[in-house]
Design a protein around this ligand. Structure first.
Ligand SMILES: NC(=O)C1=CN([C@@H]2O[C@H](COP(=O)(O)OP(=O)(O)OC[C@H]3O[C@@H](n4cnc5c(N)ncnc54)[C@H](O)[C@@H]3O)[C@@H](O)[C@H]2O)C=CC1
Ligand SMILES: O=C(CO)COP(=O)(O)O
Length: 343
């Protein structure tokens, strides 16, 4: 059965995911805030600002009207930047049907509240947890629009909702798995952006593949420690939404977070890196939310703290690497079968 899906955010991932949904047989209305971009999408079937190479099928129509997108939607997908979703949903909450399922594609943590995106969606729309899902995994938009094979995770505590979203985005090149662990999936996506910034810094400084492997592995340990403290299943962090996304993002030149970090590692300022990257690099804002969650749950996150210091407090990357390497040595592994919350 054809599903009606509203996608909010005509940037890279909103556009690429619209293609996936349309290829899976959905009728898609793609909301963008700028009329000129919406007209270009409808007229050319491409997205000149974010993904000029994409050719969207006729079953994707763009609009600047949030109500038109929400009308009769089975699913509403949120693909704006993490820090902008609360005010948008506060303004739009009354537009949705009571049955509409909300899906977050966003990989960030809200500044000021340290809330995950599913929490912000539930708070602003009044939707219960069984109507809020997350799609997260190693899904670089530039590869998805070339219809290169990818896998992802649809997370929701409700099996029926998870199955609805899975069937709405299952195509021959996009393979969604389901998982009830929303917190693990969301944290995996948000923390990997911060670790990708660190990996970019290391690459920009020319520190080599050993250093990058250490950052990825210890970064995953940070995500897992924090996840376990917040009730996530450590296996989720070892899966597509954790390790999988970490590997893709930290090794790809398509990643904005990695690119941003590489600019810093080459000696550019945060403002210069922002100008070069242009599109949303969620880790830049979310590193503060991640370190906030670490403090709240008494979990040490030395790499995330270092990234936040470099980006928000002007810390010198070389000195930061030296300090990370000089920390006291300690056992690598889980203790007594439980994840340690210390470094
Ligand atoms: N690009 C990718 O490959 C992937 C991105 N994501 C996540 O998807 C989310 C969106 O990222 P992208 O689409 O890549 O970013 P983007 O920078 O390409 O697009 C962001 C979109 O949000 C809109 N936006 C930003 N602030 C807004 C505001 N205040 N009001 C209304 N609209 C606003 C922009 O106009 C743009 O359409 C992020 O959380 C990112 O981590 C997840 C998986 C893959
Ligand atoms: O989340 C992503 C791939 O899964 C995209 O990463 P960037 O936001 O760093 O480009």
């Amino acid at each position: 059965m054809s599903r009606r899906v509203a996608v909010y955010g005509a940037g890279s991932w909103g556009t690429a995911f619209s293609l996936v949904l349309a290829d899976a047989g959905c009728e898609v209305t793609l909301w963008g805030r700028r009329q000129v971009l919406v007209d270009a999408i409808n007229d050319t079937r491409g997205n000149p600002d974010y993904l000029p190479q994409v050719r969207l099928p006729a079953t994707v129509r763009a609009t600047t009207d949030p109500a038109q997108a929400a009308h009769d939607a089975d699913i509403a997908v949120l693909a704006v930047s993490a820090q902008s979703v609360r005010p948008l949903l506060e303004a739009w909450a009354g537009l949705f049907e009571r049955r509409t399922v909300f899906v977050s594609l966003m990989k960030g943590v809200e500044l000021g509240t340290d809330k995950l995106m599913s929490q912000v969606i539930a708070e602003t729309t009044g939707a219960r947890a069984d109507r809020v899902a997350v799609v997260s995994g190693p899904n670089l938009a530039g590869e998805i629009v070339a219809r290169k094979p990818a896998a992802s995770v649809v997370a929701c505590p409700d099996d029926t909702t998870a199955a609805l979203v899975r069937s709405a985005c299952h195509t021959p090149y996009f393979r969604p798995y389901t998982n009830a662990d929303v917190v693990g999936c969301e944290l995996g996506g948000a923390v990997k952006n911060v670790i990708a910034l660190a990996a970019g810094v290391a690459d920009g400084m020319g520190l080599g593949d050993n250093a990058k492997a250490a950052l990825l592995t210890r970064g995953l340990a940070e995500a897992t420690r924090l996840g376990v403290a917040m009730g996530a299943d450590p296996l989720t962090l070892a899966g597509l939404a954790g390790m999988g996304d970490l590997v893709a993002t930290c090794s790809s030149t398509l990643s904005r977070n990695h690119t941003f970090g590489a600019c810093l590692g080459r000696g550019l300022s945060v403002e210069e890196a922002r100008t070069r990257t242009r599109q949303t690099a969620e880790g830049v804002a979310s590193c503060k939310g991640i370190t906030g969650l670490g403090r709240r749950h008494r979990v040490d996150l030395p790499i995330a703290e270092t990234v936040a210091d470099i980006i928000h407090h002007g810390r010198d990357p070389e000195e930061a690497v030296h300090t990370l390497m000089s920390r006291t040595t300690k056992p690598e592994n889980l203790r007594n079968g439980r994840a340690s919350t210390s470094e």
